[in-house]
Design a protein around this ligand. Sequence first.
Ligand code: SAM
Ligand code: SF4
Length: 343
Amino acid sequence: MTEDKRSETREGAHVLIDTYGRVATDLRVSLTDRCNLRCTYCMPEEGLQWLAKPDLLTDDEIVRLIDLAVTHLGIEEVRFTGGEPLLRPGLVGIVERVAALEPRPRMSITTNGIGLKRTAAALKQAGLDRVNVSLDTLRPDVFKTLTRRNRHQDVLDGLAAASDAGLTPVKVNSVLMPGLNADEAPDLLAWALEHAYELRFIEQMPLDAQHGWKREGMVTAQDILASLRTRFELTEEGAGERGSAPAERWLVDGGPQRVGVIASVTRPFCAACDRTRLTADGQIRTCLFATEETDLRALLRSGAPDEEIAELWRKAMWGKKAGAGLDDPSFVQPDRPMSAIGG
Ligand code: SAM
Ligand code: SF4
């Protein structure tokens, strides 16, 4: 790939392209690094050193960066995440303003579901298309051990509210942990099918703040599929249908319902990655596992015009590495945990 390729255009907009020819069309925006849960695979019981308010992008700054991403960089899809994005006071207003952009990107949110009961209808009204709710267990006691908070019912209520509000398809993300909820895969799938939620299991990744992840201690995609097959018949969907989606999908008992497995560790999908990430403090990351960031906030606050900011974003994308390198013995876990990057 030559440097000239970087000025390739798509429908008139310069796209975000890297040296391997991958084009990013999916922008993950972290709205906060704070959270009201303490999932053991994500952060320690005492929480983390949260970003200071002046370091966070303001609502106006976030909307401006998304605006220039859709108008100058070919971004087609925006996913709000965190930390817990529902903790961002201006969330509904941000969604409303992004929904008014031309071209209008598809918009979804990844949330732990707490507070969704209250905000689902307003988010739908503002223009949000869909939600991904994270729920790892159907057992309130296991939920409490796993998240260190007694909020299981709030998540179930949030899911129901999202469904009622039409934030569909409602997707559910589950991480399985040995000795805690690893035996729950078939129960979670039966429950998801009953509620018409699309369930996706995510392999635990080395992105916890405590750096406690161990490959030999994780539940693999293979383990999950074997467990599901004790109760369901699974048929793999054609490889061509995966596209850039990280989840490999299986039809359950002949379909049409499906289950997804995101094998980020054992079967990484880096070659088809179409993502770029913006942290709550205005840094671009080309990968969850990147060890380098590009500071858009400083440029933004210096009064730079859109095109200059877009060019820095393109440069960052151009340097995107081929893969996360989890299998490489020299792999180093990034300094920022998942909650501060935006999962
Ligand atoms: N707080 C929101 C939530 O939990 O959905 C959004 C942020 S959270 C970091 C996004 C997703 O990352 C969640 O589905 C969560 O389960 C997942 N996650 C967090 N830490 C992880 C890890 N170490 N490995 C795999 N997935 C992880
Ligand atoms: Fe919070 Fe999401 Fe991390 Fe759980 S996974 S602690 S809900 S940011």
